[in-house]
Design a protein around this ligand. Structure first.
Ligand code: GDP
Ligand code: ZN
Length: 337
């Protein structure tokens, strides 16, 4: 009997064995072909379109090829110095979630950089509105909008307000995939359950371990939302180290970048150069010290990663990278005023 070949999509990842949904809807547990993971260490991630072979008398499929990705969510591998880690592929939107009563603007900036870097549409969803009072919520929404808008919309949801969940559902166009990111406990699983209208994810139950603790069965899964595409919850994503992030920083810090265009020197580092428009804006209070520090920190982090990557390449005896390539700028709804 000849081996059968199929095309499918990775819809779940746990313990390294991708679950692939074949074109006829059947789910098949798969492993990677050795040729695929050797050398380049290419591994399928959630959302990947893959070619699968099923050898006769084999209980698993074998992923032989991964189709080129339209989009990737990438962070720096937390366990290695200069290696990227792709967390999801082929999605149209990223939702960044934080509880409205405990928003961390600095973390939000980092999350937005990673989200914008993918080139996808980005939405900030502030959760657990029932736990915060209205005045505080309004103030927080304003502060978050100042960071995110108009490049990303800001929505507020609450478990006790079905209409707020409907506003999120309206973003999930049929046939599209949305990736949900945010710290553990911000309410991602609850949001998914509300979107689906059933307990598809266990709330508050997943422990995001360090790989050693109990309950480390942290799986990533593509979940169909009735009438509205798929959502991918990403538990277990604690660190969000930057990888390529120039385009993401540009989008997430459009206000700072705009100021930087007024600096006297094209390559101004905004430290002690004369004629620095960014420092001037900090001094006048137009740009907050904290946001400026965050911008500088993230720029430094991505520069450092780039440097280490080049270093690693040199050690392997390869030529300087051409992969400093720029993605075309993401379509923006408008410019920050
Ligand atoms: P995840 O780790 O991001 O998936 O967060 P969970 O969905 O597991 O939620 C963490 C905790 O926040 C749980 O105890 C939820 O019951 C609670 N929670 C989530 N959404 C809401 C909300 O809208 N209102 C309130 N009061 N609690 C919420
Ligand atoms: Zn400057």
């Amino acid at each position: 009997m000849a081996e059968a070949r199929y095309r499918g999509e990775v819809v779940k990842l746990d313990r390294g064995y991708p679950l692939v949904r074949l074109e006829d809807g059947e789910l098949l547990r798969c492993e990677h072909a050795t040729a695929l993971v050797k050398g380049e260490r290419r591994r399928a991630v959630i959302g990947d379109v893959v070619e699968v072979a099923v050898p006769p008398a084999h209980d698993k499929g074998v992923i032989e090829a991964i189709a080129p990705r339209t989009r990737e969510f990438v962070r720096k591998d937390p366990t290695e110095r200069a290696v990227p880690q792709v967390l999801a592929a082929n999605f149209e939107r990223v939702i960044v979630a934080q509880p409205v009563g405990e928003v961390n603007l600095r973390r939000l900036e980092r999350e937005l950089v990673l989200a914008f870097e993918t080139g996808a549409e980005v939405t900030v969803v502030l959760t657990k509105a029932d736990l915060a009072d209205d005045a505080a919520t309004r103030a927080t929404v304003e502060a978050v909008q100042a960071l995110a808008a108009p490049a990303a919309d800001v929505l507020v949801v609450s478990e006790d307000d079905p209409a707020s969940v409907e506003a999120v559902r309206a973003l999930l166009a049929p046939g599209t995939t949305t990736v949900l990111i945010g710290r553990s406990g911000v309410g991602k699983s609850s949001l998914v359950n509300m979107l689906v209208g059933a307990e598809v994810l266990s709330v508050g139950a997943v422990r995001e371990g360090d790989g050693k603790g109990r309950h480390t069965t942290v799986s990533r899964e593509m979940i169909p939302v009735p009438g509205g595409g798929y959502v991918v919850d990403m538990p277990g994503v604690r660190g969000l180290g930057l990888w390529d992030a120039d385009a993401g920083i540009e989008a997430a810090f459009a206000d700072v970048e705009q100021l930087a265009e007024q600096c006297r020197f094209r390559d101004c580092r905004h430290l002690d150069e004369p004629g620095c428009a960014v420092r001037a804006a900090v001094d006048s209070g137009e740009l907050s010290e904290a946001r400026f520090a965050s911008y500088q920190g993230l720029r430094q982090e991505t520069a450092q990663v780039k440097e280490r990557r080049e270093e690693a390449r040199r050690l392997r005896g390869e030529k300087a990278s051409t992969s400093g390539k720029r993605r075309p700028p993401k379509s923006r709804k408008g410019k920050r005023g």
